[in-house]
Each structure stands twice: as C-alpha cells, then as structure tokens.
Design a protein around this ligand. Structure first.
Ligand code: ADP
Ligand code: MG
Length: 681
C-alpha cells in the first residue's frame, strides 16, 4: 500500500504543475483578449504614429479606455525602451500607481518590480530591469533633484492631468521646459475629460488625440429633498438597490477611510439581521491607505449569485476602473484641501463636488452597458449649488513645500515660472515668509544650507526642519523616529469595542509622565523595537502592526537621508526638553495657549482650537502647547500635542515671536494702554 502512495505522489505533483501551467496559459490568453477589447486598442497604430510625429501630444479618452495600462505597453513594444531608456507614467494617487503597475506586470507576464514597477513616497518597487515605471506625480517631481533633464526617460506620460494636483501642475511647467532642450523626449499629457484645449494651449498648441470612448446611457435619479445624513441615506440606498435591482455591482462614493469603515460596518450589521434572506453582498472598501493585500480584492470577479458593493473615495472617480459596475450612488461630497493664506492654515474639509465630478461619477455605471446613478441630492442642488469644475489644488494649498522644491531645483524666480493657472501671489508670498521663518531661505529669498538639507527629505518643510534642527539638540535618533511615526499614518492605536478599558490602559502607559504625544509615539516605537519588532507585542498593546511596519520602513529611509545631508546620528536619551525643542524648531508656528474656558488659542493666527480627544494631553491641558496639525471635524482640533515652555519660543524662533506674544493674553489691550498686562495664566 505504501509503495502505491509513494508512486502516486510525484505523479500528483506533476499533475498539479501541469495544471498550474495550464491555468497560467489560459489566464495570459484571457488577459491578452481583454487588452484587445479596450477602446484604445483600435487606435494603437494611429496613436504610435502621432507620438512619433509630435513631441508633445495631449491624449483624451473616457475613463477605462485603456490609457494608463495600455499606452506604456504600446510604447515599450514599439521600441521606446530600447537603449536603456525608461517610460514614466505619473498618477496623482499612490494606490492607483501600485494597482496599475500590478495589472500591467500581470498583463506582460513579468514580476512586479522587474520590467514593470512603481515608485511612491517611501516605497520604491523598481529595479535595474524596470522600463515601465508608474509613479506618483510627487515622486517624478523629486526625481528632478537628482536628474534635472530626466535623461533616463524616453517618454514621460503625465496621466490623469485633469486632476490638476499640485505636483501635476508643477510638473507641467518643468516637463514643458525639458521638451525644449531635449528633442528626443516624448511628452504625453493624458486626461479623462474633454476640456483638453487648455492643455493644448499651455503646451504650445500641441495636437489633441481623442480616443472615442464607449459610454452607455446612464439614468440619473435625484432625491426629492436634501438628505440630512448622507451616510445613513447611502446605506439605505445600497440595500434598496440590492433587493430591488437586477444583477450588477454597486459603486458608492464616500469622502474618506473613516466614513468607509463606518458604512462597511453598518452594511455588515444590516446583512446579519437579514440573515440568509438576501443574496450575499460582497463589500469592498478602497481608499488611499488600504493595505496592499486588500487592494486587489476590488478587482476580483463577483461570485455567482452575489453582488459586489465597492465603497470608495474619489479614487474610483477616474483613477481606477472597476469592471462590472452598473449602479453608482453619489452623495455628492469629497474631501478637499483648503487653504487660508491669511492665517497660513491648510485643512481638509468635506465639500460638495463639482458638476464635472458628478458627471464622471455617474459615467462609471455606464461603461459596459446602460447604468443607473443615484444622486443623494436634489436636481435643484445640482443645477444651482455645484461649481462647474474643482479649483486646481495649487490655488488652495500651502505652497511652502513646492517653493522649497523649486528653489532646490535652482528656480529662483517663482513669479515668472510657467504655471498653467498661477497661484495667488499672496499664497506665494506666505510660502516665502514661512520658509524664511524656518531658516530655509535667506532675506534675499535664496536657499540656505538648512534649506538645501531640508529639501532632501520627502516631508513637509516643518517636519524636515525639525529633523535638521535635531542635530543642534543632539537627538537626531529620536526625532527621526518621531517623524517616521508621524508620517506612517494616523492609525497607531486601535480600540476594539469589547476591550476599550484594556486598550486605553495600554495606551496611557506610553504617555506616562505626561510626556506629550510626540514622545509617546517615540515610546511606542522603541518598545516595539525592543520586543524585536513583534506583532504579538502590537496585539498586546493595541497598536496597529501595519502602521508600525510602515514607520520602520520610513525610518530606515529617513536615516539614510540623514547620512546624505551629513547629520550625525546622536541620541539624547531621556532629554525630553531637547526633543521638544527640536520639534518646536520646526513647528513653532503651531504654538497655542490655553484660554480661561479650557480651549486654546493659536498664538499667531489667533484661531480658537481644541486638543483632540485622542491626545494624551486631552485631560492634562498644559498652558502652552505645540501641535503637529489641525483637523476640522466638529471643531478645529489639534492632533499630536506636546507641552511647551513659552520661553522656548523666544529662544528658538526669536525672529518670529516677541516677548509681547507670550506675556499677557491680549496684546491688543496692552497696546491701548489699559493698565499693566495681566499675569500669564
Ligand atoms: P484609463 O486609464 O483609460 O482610465 P485603464 O488603463 O486604467 O483605463 O483601464 C483599462 C482596463 O484595465 C479597465 O478595464 C480596468 O478595469 C482594468 N484594470 C486596471 N487596473 C486593474 C487592476 N489592478 N486589476 C484588474 N484590472 C485592472
Ligand atoms: Mg487611467
């Protein structure tokens, strides 16, 4: 009997191997068939001819027509990657860059990171072999630092140009310049909207290549009255569609991870209460920080007899195309950056979308057949309240980061930089002021040594400055850890509903001695490191292992950059004052003082702000604090808060703070001469 088994085994293995090879061959054949079915395929030859003929080409085509995944492959097949040159394709979103690269690698039958790779902040998945490189627009911008003429690329495709992100807008100016002195380079500007004239005008009347899309009829339904709670309305609509509508998947647009998780939970709960009475609903969330292993799930075919509901941020508006969507639910909101040049504050807000966005969203349901779009707002709303287009990000952002980058590229005269839509001069001025205050620019607006070092870090200027300052305070090890933790994402801790007390106790341990949120993050990292980077430790302490792993990756990269800018590794173990001073050297503008009613007031902007309830400082409420960022929910909350000694502001930023800023609480009254200044709180 045993001999039979022994003999059977290798045979079984051979069968399995043969089956695996068969499956692979079938998959490849299917993929190649799918490629030929995409609208762009019919125009392959014309497109290649046009690219050959013109140096700059604007490409317009409906979302899902194959621009992003196919055009780089066509160029590769046509020989644009010969002689060791690469093709760059930029994406405004990291998830899109990763997911599209994975798809193209699969279509080409190569391992991701070999011939096809991607590069996003803190994650480089490319190798010497890589010829098609998907990357975020921000990463290509960084590449200019090391290679100002982008000599290693034969083609640069600025994809999703209609998104008009800050980095894409800067890239426009830079690549246009390159095209002038590198006649061999090809520039493709691709966009999903028909408003391509503007791109053509900017790129010296470059020709427009239109890929006629397939778009089936989409029925649009509005609500009869405005919805008070669009989350609840969205959940109800999903379930109604699921019960009443014929087969076809649903795409629901929400504004961010938190909302998506809430809705996911609500839907799961509802489905449980219905028991087996309803067909299965496969819920697939997709947002920027979704772990890689879950990203692929949204593309998996829906099992027979069930329905998929994709719950997505704006990412599914044009960046990603999910096949099989027949119903779109659009509450009409998205998260947008907004900037107040007067206070210099930038914040993310939930805002109504534009008409153009609403139309794009609706179109997602009519890609493979007629579809339906359910707008959770009224038709009156749509016609009268929505803007036609979204304002480009460059006109609603803090520009300090961009200005620092451009200065590092040697572009000094920002006023005459070739912007498609120039930012407000007030915002440019504010950015220059901010960089001057951080010591990155001198009074003539030239980059200083500090500024040059700061520009090497792929971080916000304030955080880069904290790192550069850590040299002076002899605590670079600690500050780099803090910077890595701050960059790794907001989800460090989690609180399971059935273990709230345990989770809170575990978390408080890191705050022992009221060290502040920055040092608490440092404590978490160090304790995890001591545990041998153990996931077990994470579970025991209610810390997200994923965030920690990411922090470790980020930290490794920041450490390498420290070396590059020659900042000594030094550790001021236990010297919390030094660490807080280094943080303050970057974040002194974010100083706030407690008011009598327990709220805080930002020292310079005079804005009323509150300690975020999740902060370890929420109950401690020291008189003076420095914070990492503001988030607007029901109020303006400070996130990541640490206690500060007011004298430090004078010591660290004497050019920014004067004694009168920290003495007394109402400098205006003092100016009016109403008696002596009140004693500090
Ligand atoms: P466009 O850039 O014109 O919007 P794409 O090239 O992104 O179009 O998409 C072409 C096709 O490739 C679509 O049918 C889409 O569903 C598919 N696709 C893109 N990325 C993936 C992925 N990661 N997994 C599976 N299919 C994908
Ligand atoms: Mg695309």
């Amino acid at each position: 009997k045993s001999t039979v088994q022994a003999g059977a085994e290798p045979d079984g293995e051979m069968d399995e191997l043969a089956e695996a090879i068969d499956a692979k061959v079938t998959l490849q054949r299917e993929l190649q068939d799918e490629r030929k079915n995409l609208p762009v395929y019919k125009f392959k030859d014309d497109l290649l001819k046009a690219i050959d003929k013109y140096q700059v080409l604007i490409i317009v085509g409906e979302t899902g027509s194959g621009k992003t995944t196919q055009i780089p492959q066509y160029l590769h097949e046509a020989g644009y990657t010969a002689k060791g040159k690469k093709i760059a394709c930029t994406q405004p979103r990291r998830v899109a860059a990763m997911s599209v690269a994975a798809r193209v690698a699969q279509e080409m039958g190569v391992k991701l990171g070999h011939e096809v790779g991607y590069s996003i902040r803190f994650e480089d998945c490319t190798s010497d072999k890589t010829v098609i490189k998907y990357m975020t627009d921000g990463m290509l911008l960084r590449e200019f630092l090391g290679e100002p003429d982008l000599a290693s690329y034969s083609v640069v495709m600025v994809d999703e140009a209609h998104e008009r992100t800050l980095s894409t807008d800067i890239l426009f100016g830079l690549v246009k310049d390159i095209a002038r002195f590198r006649p061999d380079v090809k520039l493709l500007i691709s966009s999903a909207t028909l408003n391509a004239e503007k791109f053509s005008d900017f790129f010296d009347e470059a020709p427009i290549f239109k890929i006629p899309g397939r778009r089936y009829k989409v029925d649009i339904h509005y609500t009869t009255a405005p919805e008070a709670d669009y989350i609840a309305a969205a959940v109800v609509t999903v379930l109604q569609l699921h019960v009443t509508q014929p087969a076809g998947d649903i795409l629901l647009f929400l504004t961010g991870q938190e909302e998506i998780e809430t809705v996911e939970e609500m839907l799961k709960q509802k489905m449980r209460t219905f028991g087996g009475k309803m067909a299965e609903l496969v819920i697939c969330p997709i947002y920027a920080n979704l772990p890689t292993e879950l990203q692929a799930k949204i593309f998996e075919p829906t099992p027979e007899g069930s329905r998929k509901v994709v719950v997505a941020t704006n990412i599914a508006e044009t960046s990603l195309t999910i096949d099989g969507i027949k119903y779109v639910i659009d509450p009409g909101f998205c998260k947008l950056k907004s900037y107040n040049p007067r206070t210099g504050m930038e914040s993310l807000r939930v805002e109504p979308i534009s008409k153009a966005s609403a139309d794009q969203r609706a179109g997602r349901s009519g890609r493979t057949g007629s579809g339906k779009c359910f707008r959770l707002f009224t038709e009156y709303n749509f016609r009268n309240d929505l803007d036609d287009d979204t304002v480009p990000e460059i006109q609603r952002s803090n520009l300090a980061n961009v200005v620092l980058r451009l200065k590092a590229l040697g572009i000094n005269d920002l006023v005459s930089f070739d912007f498609m839509d120039p930012p407000a001069s007030e915002a440019l001025l504010k950015a220059l002021e901010e960089l001057f205050a951080l010591g990155a620019l001198n009074s003539r607006g030239e980059l200083t040594k500090t500024g040059r070092r700061m520009a090497e870090f792929p971080l916000d200027p304030m955080l880069s400055k904290a790192i550069v300052a850590s040299e002076k305070y002899k605590c670079s090890e600690e500050v780099v850890t803090i910077a890595a933790m701050l960059s790794a994402g907001n989800a460090v801790f989690y609180r399971p509903k059935d273990k709230l007390v345990h989770a809170d106790t575990a978390r408080q341990a890191f705050h022992a001695g009221n060290v502040g949120d920055h040092v608490a993050l440092l404590n978490v990292y160090n304790a995890w490191k001591e545990s041998g980077y153990s996931s077990q430790w994470c579970r025991g302490n209610f810390v997200q292992p994923r965030t920690m792993k990411r922090a470790r990756d980020v930290r490794d990269q920041l450490e390498a950059l420290l070396e590059r800018v020659e900042i000594e590794h030094c550790s001021g173990v236990g010297d919390l004052g030094a660490i807080t001073k280094a943080v303050t050297a970057g974040y002194f503008r974010n100083a706030a003082r407690r008011q009598k009613d327990g709220s805080y007031r930002a020292v310079k902007s005079r804005q009323t702000v509150f300690v975020h309830p999740s902060s370890g400082m929420a109950e401690v409420t020291p008189s003076w604090v420095v914070y990492h960022e503001l988030v607007l929910t029901t109020k303006e909350y400070m996130r990541q808060v640490t206690e500060l000694k007011p004298e430090w502001l004078l010591e660290i930023a004497p050019h920014y703070y004067q004694r009168r800023d920290i003495d007394g609480h109402e400098p205006k009254k003092m100016a009016k001469g109403k008696g002596p200044a009140p004693a500090p709180l």
